[in-house]
Design a protein around this ligand. Structure first.
Ligand code: ASP
Length: 341
């Protein structure tokens, strides 16, 4: 059985150039050689060689499609994707949305470059290969693994710009850990949801993300609609509240046929129609969809994938709803805290 390492660039493949900037330069074979991964059953393939901050939705969808093709190949037991950490959560989540959980898929990367004296990429890649070879891992869905911890792609968020494990913040718990060369599964996700598969050529959707700050008006929301957004995600305050003019602008967007999803800008926890006077209850009345347990960037991926998979905006919203009722992977610590308060 083979494990495939699919490389895309990122810090794990980056070295300092003459102008002292870090750029992804290592080819796939070098990324694997740096980690000392020499097993004959490990196949290597380069998807692209760029920083993840330069990726696009069509590239993410093409990467997800390549992973799906590899998963369907007889004799492939697991896939490791090396990727920049900046947007790894978006790539991994998009891949997870179409994943059947019959083959292990593990995303990994690095916070320190390949030429750093304490480069973390090599150990991360070795751990990821170990995870991808483990028969229990396939059922966990797509994972993001760094610094010995493996998180569900549906939950992990890069919450620190330099920490070696930037994924465990906001109450997110790993599904598995790698310790002393052993994989230990600590938690299992909900049953496999129905995969949402999109053709890469339909992936270039314009879903704008607007984050609220105190005292803002609705002009950014109106500008997004005027600029051609097919759908909007609004990162609102707390439980999903907004100033009155933003709520009015969201109502106008919905009336113009642009679906709007509201998440909390807190990074974790529910969004719900509790407050009036422009708050979440008024947003719901205006037709916004309250999405609990999603970051803005993950909600944006879900909406973009739903728009690409569906034949109309209303059926896209139905697809989004199927992922709302299935919690990403059970309750997060912060949701539990909120319910108990
Ligand atoms: N800082 C990034 C990384 O960890 C750069 C990127 O996302 O490509 O790889």
């Amino acid at each position: 059985m083979a494990t495939v390492v699919l490389t895309t660039g990122g810090t794990i493949a980056s070295r300092r150039r003459g102008d002292a900037t870090l750029v992804a330069v290592d080819a796939a074979a070098e990324v694997v050689a740096n980690a000392g991964v020499v097993e004959p059953d490990v196949r290597v393939e380069e998807f692209c060689r760029i920083g993840s901050y330069a990726l696009t939705l069509p590239l993410l969808a093409a990467l997800a499609e390549r992973v799906r093709q590899l998963c369907a190949e007889p004799g492939v037991e697991g896939i490791v994707v090396t990727h920049g950490t900046d947007t790894m959560e978006e790539s991994a989540y998009l891949t997870d949305l179409g994943h059947t959980r019959r083959t292990a898929v593990v995303f990994t990367g690095a916070q320190l470059s390949a030429d750093h004296p304490r480069a973390d990429g090599p150990a991360n890649l070795r751990d990821a290969v170990l995870l991808a070879k483990n028969p229990e891992v396939a059922r966990l869905g797509v994972l993001i693994a760094m610094a010995g911890r493996a998180y569900a792609a549906a939950e992990a968020t890069k919450a620190h710009s330099t920490a070696l494990d930037p994924w465990g913040a906001a109450g997110t718990m790993p599904l598995a850990v790698v310790s002393e060369g052993r994989v230990i599964v600590a938690r299992r996700p909900d049953p496999t949801p129905v995969p949402i598969v999109i053709p890469p050529e339909r992936a270039a959707r314009r879903v704008d993300l607007v984050k609220l700050a105190v005292g803002v008006d609705g002009e950014l929301v109106r500008a997004a609609v005027a600029g051609g957004a097919e759908a909007l995600v609004v990162e609102a305050f707390g439980l999903g509240n907004a100033p009155r003019d933003v709520t009015a602008a969201i109502g106008e967007a919905v009336a113009a046929g642009v679906p709007v999803a509201v998440v909390t800008r807190c990074g974790a926890g529910p969004a719900a129609g509790v407050y009036g006077d422009g708050g979440g209850a008024d947003l719901e009345r205006a037709g916004a969809l309250m999405l609990s347990g999603f970051t803005g960037q993950r909600a944006r991926i879900l909406l973009a994938v739903a728009l690409a998979a569906a034949d109309s905006r209303s059926t896209a919203l139905e697809l989004v709803r199927t992922r709302m009722s299935l919690r990403p992977h059970g309750r997060t610590g912060s949701e539990v805290d909120h319910e108990e308060n």
